[in-house]
Design a protein around this ligand. Structure first.
Ligand code: GN1
Ligand code: MG
Length: 363
């Protein structure tokens, strides 16, 4: 797409100032992002093309995001917070009042660019503590949002649904990969009943769904230049889920000693230092609204997400790699084995996790 086409898209939105330049920004894997530089004192903007193949209902997605950012803004205003425009994202409506513009092919949205920020990837115990605190606070601010959000990806973190998808993949065995890897099915099935605990508790009315971020990584936080947290970004997967989503998925990605696709499976392991720091930060901000059942099941959540990723990666492997991008034929199998090893390691640490959480709450 050339500058003139992009300028025309930006012109559909209610922005201030004259556009000088539109250039690529960041390196997201799902959406495509640009920075819109304006002349003089007007703010700069972020223009984003929302991946409609992954997010089928962009209108619902933007309704969610506008509700969530609006609610957070009100909370920050009520608390007399300083510098609010740097602590929550601000989306700009299109000229027709909608928060997106469809050009006949792609969906676009615009938000105000927050200057002088830093993003990080990778974690240390210190950054895990901050991320725990930040996501706990994010959930706490949204605990009383008055609207019901939509599910931007239906059944995204529903393990019963993910197991059903795996069963279908096993039955179809589309590309003949089952025979050699069948032990993985046994590993999955042996744990299935226990892992569906969250869905069961929900049906029994004992476990609520709350607004969760559902992609909790340190990369999804903006920091200022002095390492203070400004705000949570990448809100496309914000939707109703068990709080386990944010707690468990962060640990899955951050508390592994190696990357999720590291083929040296003997190096995989659950890092209790990261677990402790993250949990400490999370409980600091989240324990005020969590129920006893939610707290009691945090260690379960730390095992649920490696388990869910085993189920999703393995199903994709059996289906012939149609969902997750792969760089070589066995990539999804390597990821599956890696996450299975992480699951086993986390399971061994369950008693230690439980003891740590009790100790924190007693303080
Ligand atoms: C995908 O795109 P990324 O890496 O943020 C996936 C997550 C998985 C993750 C595993 C929309 O997230 O659910 O946990 O890969 N996102 C979607 O690497 O399916
Ligand atoms: Mg993401």
């Amino acid at each position: 797409m050339n500058q003139t086409d992009m300028q025309q898209i930006v012109a559909q939105f209610d922005i201030k100032g004259n556009v000088e330049e539109i250039k690529p920004l960041g390196n997201g894997l799902i959406n495509t992002t640009y920075k819109v530089v304006t002349a003089g004192d007007a703010p700069d903007y972020v223009l984003q093309n929302v991946n409609n193949a992954i997010f089928p209902d962009v209108e619902m997605l933007m309704d969610n995001i506008v509700a969530v950012t609006g609610h957070i803004r009100k909370k920050l205003e009520a608390a007399n917070t300083y510098d609010i425009d740097r602590k929550v994202l601000t989306f700009v409506p299109a000229k027709d009042g909608k928060y997106f513009y469809f050009d006949g092919d792609k969906y676009w949205r615009v938000m105000v660019f927050i200057p002088d920020t830093v993003t990080k990837s990778g974690v240390t115990p210190e950054s895990s503590y901050i991320v725990g605190e930040t996501f706990g606070d994010f959930q706490a601010m949204l605990a009383d949002i008055p609207v019901k959000l939509g599910e931007t990806i239906k059944d995204f973190h529903n393990i019963e649904f993910r197991l059903q998808q795996l069963k279908e993949a096993v039955e179809a065995d589309k590309v003949g990969r089952l025979a050699e890897t069948k032990y993985i099915v046994d590993e999955v099935m042996a744990r299935a009943e226990n892992m569906c605990r969250g869905e069961r508790l929900h049906r029994e009315g004992k476990l609520p769904k709350r607004v969760c971020h559902c992609d909790t990584k340190v990369d999804n936080i903006l920091f200022d230049q002095n390492d203070n947290v400004l705000c949570v970004i990448d809100l496309d997967t914000v939707m109703p889920s068990f709080i386990f989503s944010d707690y468990g998925d962060f640990l899955r990605s951050a508390a592994n000693f190696v990357a999720e696709d590291c083929p040296e499976i003997d190096k995989v392991g659950f890092n209790m230092e990261v677990f402790k720091a993250f949990t400490k930060g999370y409980l600091k901000t989240a324990s005020k609204f969590l129920t006893p059942i939610e707290i009691e099941n945090l260690p379960y959540a730390a095992t649920l997400f490696p388990y869910m990723q085993v189920v999703r990666f393995y199903a994709d492997y059996l289906n012939g790699d149609t969902y997750f991008k792969t760089q070589y034929p066995e990539h999804n199998l390597v990821r599956t084995k890696n996450q299975l090893a992480l699951l086993e390691s986390a399971e061994k640490h369950l008693p230690e996790m439980e003891a740590f959480i009790k100790e924190q709450l007693a303080k």
